[in-house]
Design a protein around this ligand. Structure first.
Ligand code: TYM
Length: 341
């Protein structure tokens, strides 16, 4: 599903959204454009839960103090992009034990063959060949549990999560086929442009926070860093500014970022660069990125200076999320035949 055919919640009962992000580094402009910005845009019309997927992040080795710091920063960033904790449930995945409980059950309804086909597993095992752990292998089952626990209707994510969403739907359908309608079957929600923001240095690969620093813009990059990174961004061999992701991936990526952040239609944006060179595009884009990130960074700093407020937010988020999660989990436990407590 994309922004064109989004379904609206009914006035009495809004449809539910669940999405998540890993605290495995500072989010990039790719995370923001592909997912987080949509979270904010959708937050008025849906009943939303946004989760910091800390359990997922230990599938790759993390330094404990750094993980804690990045997790707290991520919560501050979610608030800084305008997610109101009164209106949205913001929580840490590790605070809601039902995620791992459901994950065990769903592991028993998922096949090794299905997991072996996951491209992210293949990519990450190649990247971390010294640590191909079972968590990395069953990661999509935990992600399915995140979504199914809350009976989410819609999951706003970037294009790299498509395969994980498909397997989530398969697992849910399989379970429902055996036990009746236990799980809502979720749909993905992707931005029309920017579902896959590409690396600034290698624009045929997605922008990723685990790549070298000059490949991505971090949401906490200062203006000088933004300017330097965009200036050094790879463009294409000819000088024409056109949107053609296949033949001109570098310039198309820069156009995508600008169009996503300003809301300008791609055609109009490309027309506005007629007869101009890459220098103009890069300079405009730099301004747009700085204008987007500066107010977010100001708010981020305010939230980071108020730890007790952050704590209130995560405590209340965990409490609300647990209550909703328990409804689904207890239903699942009963269905599979466990004796009630
Ligand atoms: P993560 O932390 O890798 O990324 C968070 C979100 O950002 C999107 N994204 C991008 N979008 C466009 N261009 C890019 N270059 C780019 N890079 C990342 C991702 O698609 C994602 O939407 N497994 C998830 C976290 C997760 C989750 C969930 C998501 C755990 N449980 C349940 C949805 C529902 C992940 O690793 O996202």
């Amino acid at each position: 599903m994309n922004q064109q055919n989004q379904s609206n919640g009914t006035p009495d009962k809004k449809l539910r959204i669940l999405s998540g992000i890993q605290p495995s580094g500072t989010p990039t402009l790719g995370n923001y454009i592909g997912a987080m910005r949509n979270w904010k845009l959708l937050s008025n019309d849906y009943d939303c839960l946004y989760m910091i997927a800390d359990l997922h992040s230990i599938t790759v080795r993390q330094e404990p103090a750094k993980l804690r710091q990045q997790s707290t920063q991520l919560l501050a960033l979610l608030l800084a992009i305008g997610l109101d904790p009164e209106q949205n449930i913001l929580f840490f995945q590790s605070h809601v034990s039902q995620h791992t409980q459901l994950s065990w059950v769903l592991n028993c309804f998922t096949y090794m063959g299905e997991m072996s086909r996951m491209t992210q597993f293949k990519d990450k095992s190649a990247k971390h060949s010294d640590n191909i752990n079972c968590g990395l292998f069953t990661y999509p089952v935990l992600m399915a549990s995140d979504i199914l626990l809350y009976q989410a209707n819609l999951v706003p994510v970037g294009a790299d999560q498509t395969q994980h969403l498909e397997i989530c739907r398969d697992i849910a359908n399989r379970f429902n086929g055996i036990y009746g309608n236990v799980f809502t079957i979720p749909e993905g929600y992707f931005p029309k442009f920017g579902a896959k923001v590409m690396s600034l240095q290698d624009p045929v690969r997605k922008m990723s926070k685990s790549d070298p620093d000059d490949c991505f813009i971090s949401m906490l990059d200062n203006p000088d860093n933004v300017r330097r990174k965009i200036k050094r961004a790879v463009t294409d061999s000819d000088a024409a500014i056109a949107y053609d992701p296949e033949n001109k991936p570098g310039v198309s990526n820069l156009l995508t970022i600008q169009s996503s952040l300003t809301g300008e239609a791609m055609d109009a944006l490309v027309d506005s660069y007629a007869g101009k060179g890459y220098g103009v595009l890069k300079s405009n884009l730099t301004d747009v990125i700085i204008e987007t990130l500066s107010p977010i960074q100001d708010k981020f700093n305010q939230y980071m200076n108020d730890k007790s407020y952050l704590e209130t937010v995560w405590r209340s988020g965990a409490e609300h999320a647990s209550r909703l999660a328990e409804r689904t989990l207890s239903k699942v436990m009963k269905k599979v035949g466990f004796v009630s407590k």
